[in-house]
Ligand binder design. Structure first.
Ligand code: PRT
Ligand code: MG
Length: 224
């Protein structure tokens, strides 16, 4: 659809934190994903619709043209770029500074992480972010056995599955509730606008004003 733009968002914090940016651009989403089961949401702009996808599917939708643009966390973008050996062919014009958190290493409070690293011990690390974790520990010269999990990383050190986890932390409440401590910060995370490269050329007249509106709403200078 050359006269329509499709924006991919994930339900939850990215949707909630993108809404004010859209609102600042005069765009209202006409359905609430928490109460509607629809996956395609209309907006007050006839040429713009929103599709709801899993957070880790946003880059795929945008790269393959299922959506023209989307909002994705740096965690997801960086993990997938490493897995694909670098480029994923997405234009990333803006850091929207939303859904902010950090990616950290955490362990049980009674685990001597610094001591284990110093002694050159082999660590068992559970995470959903195996590529980022692999690179982080390789850079530190720490040997790790990575255990891929898809959810509730916090449980792994408590059950003896792993010595440490690599996960996202925002308030720290989840770690505290499970008696885990943050022992190392790997990177700061926020969400980026990602744009399909072909759409950028073919739908420039529709996309450019929307990207500029996102930039203004996020308090950033428009990109060239
Ligand atoms: O939930 P689902 O499995 O469908 O997918 P998802 O977890 O990938 O999506 P979602 O909506 O939970 O997260 C989307 C994006 O939000 C992530 O890719 C991050 O870029 C960003 N984000 C920001 C976060 C957090 N903050 C965050 N705190 N994503 C997850 N968390 C989790 C974290 O994994 C941990 O379990 O919240 C818990 C820690 O929070 P605190 O506040 O207790 O420290
Ligand atoms: Mg989640």
């Amino acid at each position: 659809m050359s006269n329509t733009l499709t924006l991919a968002l994930s339900k939850g914090r990215i949707f909630e934190e993108t809404l004010p940016l859209l609102r600042a651009a005069g765009i209202a989403v006409l359905e609430d994903p928490e109460t509607s089961r629809k996956l395609i949401l209309t907006t007050n702009q006839p040429h713009l619709r929103v599709v709801l996808v899993r957070a880790s599917d946003v880059p795929t939708y945008v790269a393959h043209g299922g959506a023209d643009l989307g909002v994705a966390g740096r965690d997801v973008l960086h993990e997938q770029a490493l897995a694909q050996g670098g480029a994923h062919g997405l234009y990333q014009p803006l850091d929207l500074q939303i859904a902010r958190c950090r990616m950290s290493v955490a362990t049980r409070a009674d685990f001597d992480y610094a001591g284990a690293v110093k002694q050159g011990s082999r660590l068992r690390v559970a995470t959903k972010y195996t590529e980022i974790a692999r690179q982080h520990f390789a850079d530190k010269g720490v040997h790790v056995d990575l255990i891929k999990l898809y959810g509730s990383m916090e449980l792994a050190p408590l059950t003896g599955l792993a010595d440490a986890i690599v996960d996202l932390v925002s308030t720290g409440g989840t770690l505290r509730a499970n008696k885990l401590v943050e022992v190392e910060r790997i990177m700061d995370i926020s969400s980026r606008l990602v744009v399909n490269q072909a759409a950028l050329k073919l739908k420039r007249a529709l996309l450019r004003p929307l990207i500029d509106a996102f930039a203004a709403a996020a308090g950033q200078a428009p990109t060239p």
